[in-house]
Design a protein around this ligand. Structure first.
Ligand code: CUA
Length: 653
């Protein structure tokens, strides 16, 4: 066996060596510049596992994708804000409530920034949060089941972009508004925006036991655009930092009108102060409408509740709660280093990076050294809070991550590169091109006190010639750089699904051991569960028919059903009786106006079908589950409306 493995590696190594030699004559490799030993760094042999999980936002897919690092292999797409026929999410009766909002059923969103829960500032691997931008929502996904468990709509918000980042002990997941709007919403002229619109920053508490979210308070800020945010950590724990742009409060042609001010602000929010204020009865309850959707693992069913009010905070009424740090030039990302001292403003129209000092900020606040105010919020003096500037020579800085070794890595969109620089001395150490136009970047744990600085992944907006063309639409590209040495080394390039914005990575050893394998049938609390053939039945209530169905390799119980009529509303409640890992079954019904169901071992899911035509109609299992998968099927007899066909069901008769 040992010998065989050795030969396999020798052959693969040779193949990789030959192919990289061959490429040197071709066009693509002129940008790649890879040496053959880089191939070994990303090669994960068949049957071997990756070292890291990477959770990448799906952007306009509305979902979250899971990849392995360094292999770049995609493991799963987790449906979050979008209906997903692959599993039946958003189509099954149990999961439809997950996509409910105060606007009704909204089966799509634009998912941007995943963030993994933390304890003491370190990744704890319990949950991952992600924001829906368009119809503002925050989702919580279990990292044991890899399923979306909860979605909270965010009222008084629009373009939920500066979200969803967690505080050091996951006390809060935070959501900021990109678009300021009238609060409360009302019919008013758009050109009266200035001074009248507000921007809300929402603090959603997370229950430390079960993760359940609750919108605790909303800070009603001046009508700027709140673009991105990050929590303080270590000494700055208790603060949250938000970038702003459009401090001009323009309502039209923002590309010109929102680029007038030389400096916009980073808003520093002392949420502990506000928490205290709220605990002492501060804040104003305001009517609002927002949905709160929770999936219960025991009943395999989601419920949606419409909430009616939200606690709002006027920041000028809470002394010491909010300050503005002037930051050039329409800053996009704001990133806090692992020590909590440095707050990096990535001014997207600037060549330099601005780094603020937390200690200097606190000293300036204590000395009350202000440079005026904006809508009652004190503005600190730029020079009083400045820690340093990175003269990068790049153009269009967007985002910064950290390796935990004293280095920072910043993406530059316009000059298409990642720049590595040193915290404290601000010197540029290395720079490497990206292919092309990089947005976010990710180091596993890079947004925590303990980064795992082995790789940095650049997420690029433009793909062009990197892969075989697939018509006008190309998947975006991600690139992995090895950062374990003194310099960055590009080692791999892989396509990513949807439009990844931010991503969150975590060592596999923190997640894999607690990944759920089955749902226990004995714990199934679904009201329509048929945990064995004895529980199966068909019940008519007027024109509603409920079929309690079970499935096991390789049949359904029952598989012949008669007495269904045109005009009925038929609910298939299907329970997968299997108790083995990785044995889902599917269920699909001809003419159903939704999708299939993919049902995990021990789980119950329901599909609604409204038969429109008389006849005998088949259903079948959609997942190749056994050698007799093709035999896993059944028939429904549909009689005319008003017919007297008896309701009956059977298996093997
Ligand atoms: Cu069950 Cu295929």
């Amino acid at each position: 066996m040992k010998k065989y493995t050795f030969h396999l590696f020798a052959i693969l190594g040779m193949a990789l060596f030959l192919s990289s030699c061959g490429d040197q004559n071709g066009k693509a490799s002129s940008n790649s510049g890879l040496s053959s030993n880089n191939a070994e760094k990303v090669y994960v042999a068949p049957g071997e596992h990756d070292e890291f999980y990477a959770f990448m936002s799906g952007g306009y897919s509305g979902n979250l994708t899971v990849y392995g690092l360094p292999s770049g292999r995609m493991f799963k797409e987790i449906p979050v804000f979008s209906q997903f026929p692959t599993s039946g999410y958003g189509y099954s009766e149990e999961t439809k409530p997950m996509l409910n909002t105060s606007f009704g059923f909204v089966p799509w969103d634009d998912a941007h920034h995943p963030d993994i829960s933390q304890t003491n500032g370190e990744l704890d691997g319990r949950w991952i949060f992600i924001n829906g931008n368009n119809t503002p929502r925050i989702a919580r996904i279990s990292l044991s089941t890899f399923e979306t468990e909860e979605i909270m709509e965010v009222p008084n918000s629009a373009g939920n972009h500066s979200s969803s980042f967690v505080t050091e002990n996951t006390e809060y997941v935070v959501a900021g508004t990109r678009f300021s709007v009238p609060i409360p919403q009302r019919d008013m002229p758009i050109n009266e925006y200035k001074g009248n619109f507000r921007g809300s920053l929402s603090f959603i508490s997370v229950d430390p036991e079960d993760g359940h979210m609750d919108l605790k308070f909303q800070i009603l800020m001046p009508g700027f655009n709140y673009d991105l945010s990050h929590p303080g950590r270590g000494k700055s724990h208790g603060w949250f930092f938000f970038t702003t742009y459009n401090t001009e409060e323009a309502n039209s042609l923002l590309e010109v009108n929102a680029s007038q001010n030389d400096k916009d602000f980073i808003a520093a929010v002392n949420w502990k102060k506000i928490e205290e204020y709220v605990a002492n009865g501060g804040g104003t309850m305001m009517p609002a409408e927002y949905a709160h959707n929770v999936y219960d693992e025991a009943s395999h069913t989601a419920t949606s509740t419409l909430k009616k009010e939200v606690l709002t905070i006027d920041p000028t009424k809470v002394p010491g709660a909010v300050y503005f740090l002037p930051t050039p030039k329409s800053p996009h990302g704001v990133d806090v280093d692992p020590s909590g001292e440095y707050i990096i403003g990535n001014g997207k129209l600037s060549a330099d990076l601005t780094i603020h000092s937390f200690d200097k900020m606190v000293a300036a606040i204590e000395a009350k050294k202000f440079d005026g105010e904006a809508y009652g919020i004190p503005i600190l003096k730029f020079d009083d809070v400045l820690a340093g500037t990175v003269k990068s020579g790049g153009l269009g800085p967007l985002h910064t991550e950290f390796d935990g070794e004293g280095n920072a890595y910043t993406t530059f969109f316009i000059s298409s590169e990642v720049v590595m620089w040193k915290l404290g001395t601000w010197e540029v150490i290395d720079r490497k091109p990206t292919y092309y136009s990089v947005g976010h970047l990710m180091i596993p744990g890079g947004n925590s006190r303990k980064p795992f600085g082995k790789y940095v992944v650049a997420m690029n907006k433009i793909t062009k010639d990197r892969y075989l063309p697939t018509g006008p639409e190309l998947e975006h590209s991600a690139q992995i750089y090895d950062i374990s040495g003194d310099k960055m080394e590009l080692i791999y390039d892989f396509p990513t699904h949807g439009e990844p914005h931010y991503a969150a990575g975590i060592p596999a050893e923190l997640l894999a051991p607690k990944s759920k394998k089955i749902y226990k049938l004995s714990e199934n609390k679904h009201p329509f569960a048929a945990t064995g053939p004895a529980d199966t039945e068909v019940v008519r209530e007027g024109n509603e028919v409920h079929i309690y169905m079970s499935m096991i390799r390789s049949h359904f119980t029952p598989d012949n059903i008669e007495g269904i009529k045109v005009g009925d509303k038929v609910y298939f409640h299907v329970t997968n009786q299997e108790q083995d890992f990785d044995v889902p079954h599917g269920f699909a019904m001809i003419g159903a106006n939704n999708s299939e169901l993919l049902i995990m071992p021990g789980q119950t899911k329901s599909l609604v079908w409204e038969p429109k035509k008389v006849g005998v109609w088949p259903f079948y299992c959609t997942d190749f589950c056994s050698a007799l998968h093709q035999e896993m099927q059944g028939y429904i007899r549909v009689s005319p409306a008003g017919s007297n066909t008896e309701l009956s069901w059977s298996l093997g008769e």
